[in-house]
Design a protein around this ligand. Structure first.
Ligand code: KIV
Length: 262
């Protein structure tokens, strides 16, 4: 059965939520077939698939194109599209227009927006206009030039600010919030204080759910991964091995053999 934002929200306190990123129909169908209830078309598309150094260059057109592919590969999972850098920062109006495009043009069910209190106005306008929003606070990769890729909320002042951000996102109407790279105690405290689910990434086991990047979780790349990543498979060497075996057989003339010919 198709997941909705409301159904996901109602899982709080009932069961832990798993979420994975996907960027095309194939990866999305694998996530969907595994019974994972949420596919996030993350703007990590930029650094995992498109070869950019970070998420900043990712455009609306790229996100729409990949979200539509994910929608074609999914039947049950809730599809959340990440609003890319500069698609909502300039004004609430630009955010509403671009968020609307994800629902109208790409088949997304909801959008994700980085930022706490400062985005409350936008989140409120979107949710009041029927666009479900997943918030995202803590380490927000679109602010990498300003905050770097550092654990957030380590001082009591920062922790208080993040708690206020989480409350503001909830009050503005978000159905859940991603907490990225915060100490586990803070992840747990925010999760206990909110009535919407928290989805952690590097935020400890006290969150209501977890999200990981598809390529990290499956070990598809040989690039170093963050401390919070667990590789549930290490497919990169297997893929290199298969490709090398193919090359060797083609060069030796042993592929295609009789069984692979008409
Ligand atoms: O872009 C992304 O993949 C994200 C995460 C929360 C995993 O924002």
């Amino acid at each position: 059965m198709k997941w909705t934002a409301a159904k996901l929200r109602s899982q709080k306190g009932t069961r832990k939520i798993s979420m994975v990123t996907a960027y095309d129909a194939l990866s999305a169908s694998l996530v969907d077939q595994a019974g994972i209830p949420v596919v996030l078309v993350g703007d990590s598309l930029g650094n995992t698939v498109l070869g950019y150094g970070n998420t900043l260059p990712v455009t609306m057109e790229e996100m729409l194109h990949h979200t539509a592919a994910v929608a074609r590969g999914t039947t049950d999972a809730l599809i959340i599209a990440d609003m890319p850098f500069m698609s909502y920062q300039a004004s609430v109006e630009s955010g509403v227009i671009n968020a609307g495009r994800f629902l109208k043009e790409s088949g997304a069910d909801a959008v994700k927006i980085e930022g706490g209190m400062m985005r409350a106005g936008l989140i409120e306008t979107l949710t009041q206009n029927g666009i479900p929003v997943l918030g995202h606070i803590g380490l927000t990769p679109q602010s990498v030039k300003e905050m770097g890729y550092r654990v957030q909320g380590k001082t009591s002042e920062q922790a208080r600010q993040l708690m206020d951000d989480a409350m503001a996102v909830e009050q503005a109407g978000a159905f859940a919030v991603v907490l990225e790279c915060v100490p586990p105690e803070l992840g747990e405290a925010i999760s206990r204080s909110l009535s919407i689910p928290t989805i952690g990434i590097g935020a400890g086991a006290g969150c209501d759910g977890q999200v990981l990047v598809f390529t990290d979780l499956l070990g598809l790349s040989d690039r170093p991964v963050a401390k919070f990543v667990k590789k549930f498979a290490n497919l990169h060497p297997l893929m290199i091995e298969a490709l090398t075996a193919y090359k060797t057989e083609v060069e030796a003339g042993s592929y295609p053999s009789e069984e692979h010919q008409y």
